[in-house]
Design a protein around this ligand. Structure first.
Ligand code: PMP
Length: 395
C-alpha cells in the first residue's frame, strides 16, 4: 500500500523555511477587487517601445527560433559590453565576461550560487527588494541585513557594513538606486565601501537595474572604482529602462572566471535566454535610448507631483533620487504599514505596498509611480482624503 505523506515532508528544509512574498499575498487581494488604482507593482506602465517589439516580431519572421550560445548571442554580448563601457566606464570582454540571463532575477541567482559555500554570509541593505534574502538562503548562504535609515536618505554607510563583517562574510550585495526607497549611494561612500571589500576580500554583487532612472545626477557604478572590477559581479537588465519586464532578459558582467562559473549553472538550468528576447534586447541597446529618456522624463514628473502630494498630506516623504518608488513615512497616521495599506485599499481603492514585507520598512509604505499621471492624480486625492479621515478618527 502506498504511504500517504504530506507534501510538506518532501520539501527541502531550506525551501520550507522561505516565507511567501508578502507583496504577492497582498496583490492577490488587490486583484480580486474592481476599480483599484494600483501604486503597488514595480513594473513600468509603458508598453515596450514599438521598435523593440518589432525586433522581436522580425526575429520570429526570420525563423530565429532556436537556442543561442549558453552565454547569449555574441552580437548581444558585444552590444552589452559597449553599453556598459559607455555608461558605467567599466570595460568587459564581450565574449568571456558577459552572460545573458533570464532577467536580473536569474543573473542574481546564478551569481549567488556560483560564489557561495553553505553558511557563507552575504551582507545586504534593508529595506530592499523582496527577493534578496530568500535568494541568498536558496543558495545556502546566510543573509546578514544592514538597516538603512530615513534620516540618511536610506543610503548605505560603510561603518554599518564594517560592523557586521565576520570571517564568514563572502559577499556584499548592493542595489542603488534602491527598490523600494529610491536611494542612491554617493561616490565618497562607494569609495569607503570599496576599501572595506578590498580589505576583507569580499565579492560585490551590484544590482544596478534602476541606474537609468536617476533624476538629479548621473549614475556611477562601484565597479568602476580602481581595484573593484576584479571582485564585482555587475547585474543589469532591460525590464525597467526599456519597459521589457515580460521579455525576461538581463545580464551579468564579471571577470572571466566568475562568468564561467555562472555559465556552468546557467547552461544546466536555463540553457540560454530566449532568442526572441535577445533580439529585442539588442535593438533596445542599439536604438532605445530616446524612448528610455522619454519614459524617464515622465517618471520624473510623476515623482515630483506625488512627493509634493504626500508632503502636503503631512507625511514624511523625501524626494527620491532614483528608481520609480516613493517610500512614504505613514507613522503620523498612527497605523501600522499593513493597517494603512489594507484600510486604504478597502476605503479608497488605492493599492500601495506595506513597507513591512520589504524588510525593515515598518511605518512606511511603498508607492510606485510607474502608473499613468491621471491615475496618480486621482490616487493622490483619495489618499489625502483617507489621511485626513484617519487622523480625524484618532484625535
Ligand atoms: N532587482 C530589483 C532591485 C528589482 O526591483 C527587480 C524587479 N522588481 C529585479 C531585480 C528583477 O528584475 P528582472 O525583471 O530583470 O528579473
Amino acid at each position: 500500500m502506498m504511504v500517504q505523506n504530506s507534501a510538506r515532508s518532501y520539501i527541502a528544509d531550506h525551501v520550507r523555511d522561505i516565507p511567501r512574498s508578502g507583496i504577492r499575498d497582498f496583490f492577490e487581494i488587490v486583484q480580486s477587487m474592481r476599480d483599484v488604482i494600483s501604486l503597488g507593482i514595480g513594473e513600468p506602465d509603458f508598453v515596450t517601445p514599438w521598435h523593440i517589439r518589432e525586433a522581436a516580431i522580425y526575429a520570429l519572421e526570420r525563423g530565429k527560433t532556436g537556442y543561442t550560445s549558453n552565454l547569449g548571442s555574441p552580437s548581444l554580448r558585444r552590444e552589452i559590453a559597449r553599453h556598459v563601457e559607455e555608461h558605467f566606464g567599466v570595460k568587459y570582454d564581450a565574449l568571456s565576461e558577459v552572460i545573458v540571463a533570464v532577467g536580473v532575477s536569474e543573473a542574481l541567482d546564478i551569481a549567488l550560487r556560483a560564489i557561495l559555500n553553505p553558511g557563507d554570509e552575504v551582507i545586504y541593505h534593508e529595506p530592499c527588494y523582496v527577493s534578496y534574502s530568500p535568494s541568498i538562503a536558496l543558495a545556502h548562504g546566510k543573509a546578514v541585513a544592514v538597516r538603512t535609515r530615513a534620516e540618511d536618505g536610506f543610503s548605505l554607510k560603510a561603518e554599518d557594513v564594517a560592523a557586521v563583517i565576520t570571517p564568514r562574510t563572502k559577499a556584499l550585495m548592493l542595489n542603488f538606486p534602491t527598490n523600494p526607497t529610491g536611494a542612491v549611494l554617493p561616490r565618497a561612500e562607494q569609495k569607503k565601501i570599496a576599501a572595506l571589500c578590498q580589505e576583507h576580500d569580499l565579492v560585490v554583487l551590484t544590482d544596478e537595474i534602476y541606474s537609468d532612472l536617476t533624476y538629479a545626477r548621473d549614475h556611477e557604478s562601484i565597479a568602476s572604482l580602481p581595484g573593484m572590477k576584479e571582485r564585482t559581479i555587475f547585474l543589469h537588465g532591460f525590464s525597467k529602462a526599456y519597459a521589457m519586464t515580460g521579455f525576461r532578459i538581463g545580464y551579468a558582467c564579471a571577470p572571466a572566471g566568475l562568468t564561467e562559473a555562472m555559465m556552468r549553472i546557467h547552461q544546466y538550468s536555463m540553457l540560454c535566454a530566449s532568442i526572441i528576447s535577445q533580439e529585442a534586447a539588442l535593438e533596445a541597446l542599439k536604438n532605445g535610448q530616446a524612448a528610455a529618456d522619454t519614459m524617464r522624463e515622465q517618471y520624473e514628473q510623476r515623482r515630483n507631483f506625488l512627493t509634493k502630494a504626500f508632503q502636503d498630506m503631512g507625511l514624511g516623504c523625501a524626494l527620491p533620487k532614483g528608481a520609480f518608488y516613493l517610500f512614504v513615512d505613514i507613522r503620523a497616521t498612527g497605523l501600522s504599514s499593513r493597517e494603512f495599506a489594507l484600510k486604504l485599499l478597502e476605503e479608497e481603492k488605492v493599492a500601495v505596498v506595506p513597507g513591512m514585507p520589504l524588510a525593515g520598512g515598518e511605518g512606511f509604505v511603498r508607492c510606485s509611480y510607474a502608473t499613468a499621471m491621471d491615475q496618480i492624480e486621482i490616487a493622490a486625492e483619495r489618499m489625502a482624503g483617507f489621511v485626513r479621515r484617519v487622523q480625524g478618527r484618532a484625535s
